[in-house]
Design a protein around this ligand. Structure first.
Ligand code: A2P
Length: 378
């Protein structure tokens, strides 16, 4: 496989893949995840802004050259993984689809668009085939949206409990890492940390404040996404609306699909913390049916994509540092909520790598579902 390998046209060949935003934090993780999972590919094209054209990136023991994204970039692409921000997705994802590619889009541009499946493979894998999208010689080209990282990480932990007991209400508070704001934010956190430690007189003050416009190192603040009327920010409302869509509880589908007939009440508070790349979330749940602490722990232990780390004796619970670079979402502090009737309320604390399961890994797992579906259809 090389970046410019010739590619025969056949529904059975491995897909020709492009990464849009290959030089970003998620883009580079796409490269690692595709390589680690030995994702079958006929060719791999790396696309970014003209600033990065000619730059090289490692892929296993190969070195691939980045090309500038343009409107013709997708004529030889079957599968395009987008992570270059919403405006690039809005402009180029339709062009990729018109050229016959399936797009897995990491931005929020199409998440709430009717007909665009919003997919967490462990939660709603069937949404892809329900939307009629598949990797079959461009016949079923379309866009599949990757949910917001905080939504993915929350749902990995909450979905198994929802399937068992029906979650009527979620109160979630997030502690979100720099990576969610991209590679430049990660660099700025590093830079500010250096500046704060070196600040004269131990004032801890920083100079570089380009990304968030305020001190991030040794600080925390309300998520930087725009505030909406009512006082919630966009990130918080993404968690609400995306969860409803993924669970089939969006308005178009009435009061919610099986097993719940619930429209889960969700309220979120999203906070940016000076952590490099894994998000943490404190989650409080109210159940329709009984779900004990013991049952919840057992369900979580059996659930895909989760590691339960809940050692009260050793006070050992999930941390962003341990969750970093891991595929699984870590779940701990599983405990009865004493303010609710026995069996009706639980608290959890979860940590998941934002760049990996929150973005690149989830998208590659979606691509793997497309390959599985193609094999099954043959
Ligand atoms: P570049 O590095 O050339 O600017 P992150 O989310 O980590 O900030 O990454 C954003 C990604 O989106 C980078 O790969 C970046 O490329 C890419 N990108 C930004 N602007 C454009 C553009 N106009 N065309 C193509 N890719 C872009």
């Amino acid at each position: 496989m090389s970046s410019d390998a010739p590619s025969p046209s056949s529904s059975s060949r491995a897909p020709r893949v492009a990464i849009v935003g290959a030089t970003g934090a998620v883009g580079e993780e796409f490269l690692r995840v595709l390589h680690q999972r030995a994702f079958p590919m006929t060719s791999l094209k790396l696309l970014a802004s003209p600033r990065s054209a000619g730059k090289t990136l490692p892929f296993g023991d190969q070195t691939l050259t980045v090309e500038a994204l343009d409107a013709d970039a997708f004529h030889d692409v079957d599968l395009a993984l987008f992570s270059a921000g919403g405006s690039i997705s809005r402009e180029y994802a339709p062009l990729a689809v018109a050229a016959g590619a399936v797009v897995v889009d990491n931005s929020s541009a199409f998440r709430m668009t009717d007909g665009v499946p919003l997919v967490v493979p462990e939660v709603n894998p069937d949404a892809i085939s329900d939307a009629g999208i598949g990797l079959r010689d461009g016949l079923d080209a379309g866009i599949i949206a990757n949910p917001n990282c905080s939504t993915i990480i929350m749902l990995l932990a909450v979905n198994p409990l929802h399937r068992f007991a029906g979650v009527e209400r979620i109160v979630v508070s997030t502690y979100q890492a720099a990576s969610g704001a991209g590679a430049a934010a990660m660099r700025e956190l590093e830079q500010q940390t250096r500046e704060a430690l070196a600040a004269p007189g131990g004032t801890g003050q920083v100079v570089s404040q380009d990304i968030f416009g305020q001190q991030y190192a040794f600080n925390l603040f309300s998520h930087n996404s725009p505030l909406q009327s009512g006082g919630y920010n966009q990130e918080e409302m993404k968690m609400v609306h995306e969860t409803h869509k993924i669970w089939g509880q969006d308005a178009e589908r009435g009061s919610g699909a099986a097993p719940d007939r619930i429209r889960t009440g969700i309220t979120a508070t999203c906070i940016r913390v000076p952590v490099m790349r894994a998000h943490a979330e404190s989650i409080n749940l109210t159940f329709r049916d009984e779900c004990s602490e013991i049952k919840a722990s057992a369900l979580l232990k059996d659930a895909p994509g989760i590691t339960v780390q809940d050692d009260r004796g050793a006070n050992a619970f999930p941390t962003p540092v341990q969750a970093s670079h891991q595929d699984d979402v870590f779940v701990g502090r599983v405990r009865r909520d004493l303010s609710q009737p026995e069996g009706r309320g639980l608290d959890l604390f979860v940590c998941g790598d934002q760049v990996r399961k929150g973005a690149a890994l989830n998208a590659v797992q979606i691509a793997e579902l497309l390959l599985e579906k193609r094999t099954a259809d043959r």
